[in-house]
Design a protein around this ligand. Sequence first.
Ligand code: UD1
Length: 425
Amino acid sequence: MDTISVIGGNQLNGSIPISGAKNCALKLMCAALLTDGTLSLENNPNSLRDINSQVELLEYLGCAIKRENSSMTINASNIKAYTAPYDIVRKMRGSILVLGPLLTRFGQAKVSLPGGCAIGGRPIDMHIKALEEMGATIKLSEGYINATAPIGGLIGAKILFPKVSVGATENLMMAATLANGQTVLSNAAKEPEIIDLGECLIKMGAKISGLGTDTIRIEGVKHLSGTTHSVVPDRIEAGTYIIAAGMCGGTLRLENARIEHLSAALGLLSQSGIEVEQEGNDIIVHRDIGRLQGVDIMTEPYPGFPTDLQAQFMAMLTLCEGAGMVTETIFENRFMHVPELCRMGADISVQGNSAIVRGVNKLRGAEVMATDLRASVALVLAGLVAEGETIVSRIYHLERGYEDIVGKLGNVGANISRVSGRLQL
Ligand code: UD1
């Protein structure tokens, strides 16, 4: 199995192109199921493993898909199956997002309970309950969700989510586009990826208002059409490279990235000593020599600090002056990078959903492995500043969410390479 080798100590200088957001692209691809027209996506992160899994699933259902560079076209005029099988769905949680579109357009869907990163239980009860409120009959059996819509289709409803959920908001927003009457989603998620999905659905003919607020209103229509849409830049990829530049020092230009999508992180980065600014379509990040300061972070739904940047921020805190507290409020069990960072010399103690990170003078390279996507990238970041060589195994996690991370970091000065065939840890 391949590993990634990182030899720490280099500054980062130059440009990194930021890809389209994985967490939006996966949902936009599911939106193609809502129409017999062709959906053309631009700036799609086509080389990611999660995108491959979604392609596999949509092709299994009968979609015709073409990919070229960062473009993808999807046509769902010839759907042959309404079942999303375990073998495909287990690889990635984003596949649960076929449920709403299949159910609302075809009146039936059978979807395996999802897999994805091992960061806690990650139930889907809110998706199911909300679809039931729209009139669906849902039975769980043998690991599958079996859903049917009433004759005549799903019925608009007032849905109050008991907690903010990105996936449930997206699934229900898509289901509501073709339902009868109005659906109101309260306590909806406000992530930029949801706004982007909503804007694409509007271009397809959906009637949606309130995107970016906690109340989204959808007036059901009879039919949606194909359209062309460019995927919003990946704020988590951009945030990861901002942190990389902060840790290593130097100046990076992150091409095609939006600073306004990272506002909660920016204040903390600046308190810590990292300068970040927008220049046209790019983000410029700069740090001089000198130690960063420890700061406290707490993950929250958008616009709060993103849970998907928590592990990377913690890697940065390991070398800061003083201490920082990291509190994770979105997922239980999202500190699996901690033991690996400690093996590299970090001083971190975890109590419940908080971790105290006391800055140390240096990290040392080690053989490490991670159990989820963002934890894996945190180990790469730690490797960039550690003394000696860090070998990160199980890199398929990284390939789920970071396009060409070795090339992108290598081009700006990191000593990083992919090594074939090393012994898997
Ligand atoms: C999405 C992102 C993931 C990100 C997360 C939070 C994708 C593919 N993944 O995941 O990278 O970390 O948002 O920003 O876009 N919950 C329930 N019941 C449900 C649904 C969720 O209890 O039916 C809980 C979850 O366990 C979690 C919280 O709600 O504690 C938020 O999860 P949610 O926003 O739904 O995350 P995902 O959409 O799975």
